[in-house]
Design a protein around this ligand. Structure first.
Ligand SMILES: *[C@@H]1O[C@H](CO)[C@@H](O)[C@H](O)[C@H]1NC(C)=O
Ligand SMILES: *[C@@H]1O[C@H](CO)[C@@H](O)[C@H](O)[C@H]1NC(C)=O
Ligand SMILES: *[C@@H]1O[C@H](CO)[C@@H](O)[C@H](O)[C@H]1NC(C)=O
Ligand SMILES: *[C@@H]1O[C@H](CO)[C@@H](O)[C@H](O)[C@H]1NC(C)=O
Ligand SMILES: *[C@@H]1O[C@H](CO)[C@@H](O)[C@H](O)[C@H]1NC(C)=O
Length: 420
C-alpha cells in the first residue's frame, strides 16, 4: 500500500514541534535523515522522490529507519481486554505489560471508583501519559515512584499482575527455569519467581522489538493524542469495545462490592434509590466520545487506530486477530495462533478460575448477559447507552421474550474499516 504524500506532509507539520524536542532528546543517538520510511508504516510509493525536497524545507524531519511499533490496547473494565492482551503477550517479539497504570491510579487516587470525576481524570492523565511514554522506552524505573512500598535496589514483588506478562515470567527475568523451558502460568509465576528485578525486566524489554500495553485507565482516545502524535513512539491504538449490557453484567458478577446495589436491583426488581448510575453512564460516555472521534477520522489518527468489537473476536478469534496484526504491520506467529486455539475452543477450566482469566467467554456466551440481567436493567442500560448501541451495531431488545431468545443475536454484522 502506498501513502499519500499529503498525509505525510500533514503529519510532518503537525509534529514538527515534537520532532524538535525529539532531536534534542535523541542527542547522542544516531538517527536517520530523510528520505524517510514514511511514518504511516506503509511502503513509500513512486512519490518517495518528493521527500528529498521536503527535507530541505523541513530540516527537522528525521525518522529512525527501524522504529519499533508500539501498541496500546484501550479498553474498559470487563470488555475482554485480558484476552486481547494475550494476543500480544504470546508473541515472542513483544514485551507486554498488563495495566501498569494501576500503580498510578492507586497512588494518586486511592479511593477510585468506576465513576470518575473530572479532577481525578486530569490528575491521572498527565501522570499516565508520562508513564506510558517511559514504559514504551523500556524505562521501567520510572514506574518505581508509583509502586508501594517503593522498590529498593530496583527490585519489587509488588508489580501489579506481573504474572500476566510472559516476559516477566520467563528467563532471564525469572531464572528458576532453564531458558529452554516455557514460561510459567500466572499463579505459578508469582509463587516461583523471586522478586522482580526491574533492571533485568528493562533489559528484556529492550531486546524485544515492540512493547504492548493494555489499559482500562485511559478514558478515551483523545486523551492519547499527544502520544499518538509523537513520532518517536510510533504508537498504534487498538480500541476494544463491547456491548455495554455485557460489560455491566460482567461487572456485576465480578465486582461484588462496588456493584452490590445493581445485584439488589436484579434480585428484587426494585431499583435502589441510592444506586450510582454514573457507574454505567461513564462507560457509555467514554466509549461514545472515543468512537465519535474515531469515526470522524482526524488526521492524527490515520493509520494509528483500529476499532474492535469484543463480540467479533469471540465469534471469530483467529480471523479477527489476523486483521489486527495486519493493521499493526506485524506478522502473526504460530504461538499466537496456537494460544488462540488452546483458549477458545471451549471454556478453559484453568483460565476460568481466575477473576481476570482470559477467555471465559466463548462466542456462545459473549451474549450470556441476556440470561444474567433483568429486563428492567437491560431497558435502563439501553436508554442510557442508546447512542453507543446504535453506533456499534448492538440491537436493543424490547421485550423479555426478545431478551431471552438466544437464537436471535443482538449483535449486528458490522464492519469497521481501519482508517489507513
Ligand atoms: C532505531 O531505533 C531502534 C529501536 O529504538 C534502535 O535500536 C536503533 O539503534 C535505532 N537506529 C538508528 C539508526 O537510530
Ligand atoms: C540493597 O543493596 C545493598 C547493597 O547490595 C544492600 O546493602 C541493601 O541491604 C539492599 N537493600 C535491600 C532493601 O535489599
Ligand atoms: C538485577 O539484575 C542486574 C543485572 O543482571 C544485576 O546487576 C543486579 O545486581 C540485580 N539486582 C539484584 C538486587 O539482584
Ligand atoms: C497449547 O496446548 C498444548 C497442549 O496442552 C500445549 O502443549 C501448548 O504449549 C499450548 N500452546 C500455547 C501457546 O499455549
Ligand atoms: C425466537 O425467535 C425466533 C425468530 O424470531 C422465533 O422463530 C422463535 O420462535 C423464537 N423462540 C422463542 C422460544 O421464542
Amino acid at each position: 500500500m502506498q501513502c499519500s504524500w499529503k498525509a505525510v506532509i500533514l503529519l510532518g507539520l503537525v509534529s514538527i514541534a515534537i520532532q524538535y524536542t525529539a532531536i534534542r532528546t535523541f542527542t547522542g543517538k544516531p538517527f536517520q535523515i530523510c528520505p524517510v520510511p514514511n511514518p504511516l508504516n506503509c511502503s513509500p510509493g513512486p512519490e518517495a522522490e518528493a521527500f528529498g525536497g521536503l527535507c530541505d524545507e523541513f530540516p527537522y524531519f528525521f525518522y529512525n529507519n527501524s522504529r519499533k511499533t508500539h501498541i496500546l490496547i484501550l479498553a474498559t473494565t470487563r470488555s475482554g481486554s485480558s484476552f486481547v492482551g494475550q494476543l500480544f503477550n504470546q508473541h515472542s517479539d513483544i514485551f507486554y505489560l498488563f495495566e501498569p497504570l494501576y500503580h498510578v491510579q492507586s497512588t494518586l487516587i486511592p479511593h477510585f471508583t468506576h465513576s470518575r470525576n473530572m479532577a481525578d481524570r486530569r490528575v491521572m492523565l498527565g501522570a499516565s501519559r508520562d508513564l506510558l511514554r517511559s514504559l514504551y522506552d523500556c524505562d521501567l524505573f520510572f514506574l518505581e515512584s508509583y509502586i508501594k512500598p517503593q522498590p529498593a535496589n530496583h527490585t519489587t514483588d509488588k508489580l501489579f499482575r506481573r504474572g500476566a506478562s510472559k516476559a516477566l515470567c520467563s528467563p532471564p527475568v525469572c531464572d528458576v527455569l532453564s531458558p529452554s523451558e516455557a514460561y510459567l502460568a500466572e499463579g505459578e509465576c508469582i509463587r516461583k519467581c523471586a522478586s522482580l528485578n526491574l533492571t533485568l525486566a528493562a533489559e528484556s524489554c529492550r531486546e524485544k522489538r515492540h512493547v504492548a500495553i493494555k489499559t482500562v485507565r485511559i478514558p478515551e482516545i483523545s486523551d492519547l493524542r499527544a502520544l499518538i502524535e509523537d513520532p518517536r513512539l510510533n504508537l498504534k491504538v487498538i480500541q476494544l469495545v463491547r456491548d455495554p449490557r455485557g460489560i455491566l453484567a460482567s461487572r456485576i458478577e465480578t465486582f461484588r462490592d462496588t456493584y452490590r446495589l445493581w445485584r439488589i436491583w436484579r434480585a428484587t426488581g426494585r431499583k435502589p434509590y441510592n444506586l450510582d448510575l454514573t457507574q454505567l453512564s461513564t462507560v457509555c460516555e467514554d466509549i461514545l466520545r472515543s468512537i465519535t472521534t474515531g469515526f470522524s477520522r482526524p488526521s492524527w489518527l490515520r493509520g494509528r487506530y483500529i476499532l474492535v468489537r469484543y463480540e467479533d473476536l469471540a465469534r471469530n478469534p483467529l480471523q479477527k486477530t489476523r486483521e489486527i496484526y495486519e493493521f499493526l504491520g506485524l506478522s502473526m506467529e504460530k504461538s499466537v495462533e496456537e494460544w488462540i486455539q488452546n483458549n477458545t475452543r471451549s471454556t478453559n477450566d484453568i483460565s476460568a478460575r481466575h477473576k481476570y482469566g482470559t477467555v471465559r467467554d466463548s462466542a456462545a456466551n459473549a451474549e450470556s448477559w441476556r440470561l444474567k440481567l433483568s429486563h428492567e436493567i437491560v431497558e435502563h442500560t439501553q436508554s442510557v447507552c442508546q447512542q453507543v448501541l446504535e453506533e456499534l451495531g448492538y440491537r436493543s431488545v424490547n421485550s423479555r421474550e426478545e431478551l431471552r431468545n438466544m437464537s436471535v443475536s443482538v449483535v449486528e454484522d458490522k464492519t469497521f474499516v481501519p482508517f489507513l
